[in-house]
Design a protein around this ligand. Structure first.
Ligand code: ADP
Ligand code: MG
Length: 232
């Protein structure tokens, strides 16, 4: 493994039980993402992109192979260890934003610090800094229902950043946004990457994938190409 490796997957296999059968979803994934890389994962619906991202995010386990995150083997972890590594290393952004509707923008951004038992005053003040970074400081007191889709996703990105993770994982983060809003959100991911974060974005959109350093193409649970070139 390269010392510059952030994510290293070797022969990862994953099946889901479906009734008394088994659905083989990941069929031997070898994948390396370096520290500070900005990569996208493409592939048709059902090819295993979310399954792969959930394994990288330690939200789900795998059946065989090895996954190293920043040099640490992530395998057969207790829920407590898994939570520890998730909190220490990973930030998540989802298509559906996953904001709490009854919390304002600032409180949503501050949520990871709440779980880390940071005092309200301190976490809210840090949350305001992160809101500022995504250009939404003036929206701190607003509820998600008062925000546009693009604003909601920027809040979700600020929330992902607040625990200063090494890696940001985004599963179709622009899937619910129009194309101009998608571009704005992509610009934020690029800035985040420039600050040194490793960023992995699952996407269907060529515009988004084009903005990344490298495209990993998944097909039927295997990697077809680890440096895919879009036809231009
Ligand atoms: P993608 O994100 O590329 O669309 P997924 O990783 O979500 O693909 O799904 C890959 C395959 O695994 C699909 O056939 C899907 O139906 C199946 N699958 C995903 N999650 C589960 C689950 N929890 N239980 C059973 N099957 C699942
Ligand atoms: Mg998916």
């Amino acid at each position: 493994m390269e010392p510059s490796s952030m994510i290293n997957l070797k022969q990862i296999q994953k099946s889901y039980p479906v009734g008394n059968q088994s659905l083989h979803v990941l069929k031997g994934i070898d994948m390396e993402v370096g520290k500070g890389e900005l990569v996208s994962i493409m592939g048709s619906s059902g090819s295993g992109k979310s399954t792969l991202l959930n394994i990288i995010g330690i939200l789900d386990g795998y059946d065989s192979g090895d996954y190293h995150l920043a040099g640490t083997l992530i395998k057969n972890l207790s829920e407590k260890r898994a939570a520890h590594y998730r909190n220490k290393f990973l930030g998540f952004v989802f298509q559906s934003f996953n904001l709490l509707n009854f919390k304002n923008a600032m409180e949503n951004v501050a949520l990871p610090l709440y779980y880390q038992k940071v005092s309200r005053k301190k976490r809210n003040s840090i949350a305001l800094e992160y809101l500022d970074r995504v250009g939404l400081k003036e929206w701190a007191e607003h509820l998600p229902s008062e925000l546009s889709g693009g604003q909601k996703q920027r809040i979700a990105i600020a929330r992902a950043l607040i625990s200063d993770p090494k890696v940001i994982l985004a599963d179709e983060p622009t899937g619910a946004l129009d194309s101009s809003t998608s571009k704005e959100v992509m610009e934020i991911f690029k800035e985040v990457n420039k600050l040194g974060k490793t960023v992995i974005i699952v996407t269907h959109e060529h515009d988004i994938a084009e903005g990344t350093d490298r495209i990993i193409m998944l097909k039927d649970g295997i990697i077809l190409d680890r440096n895919f070139q879009l036809a231009s």
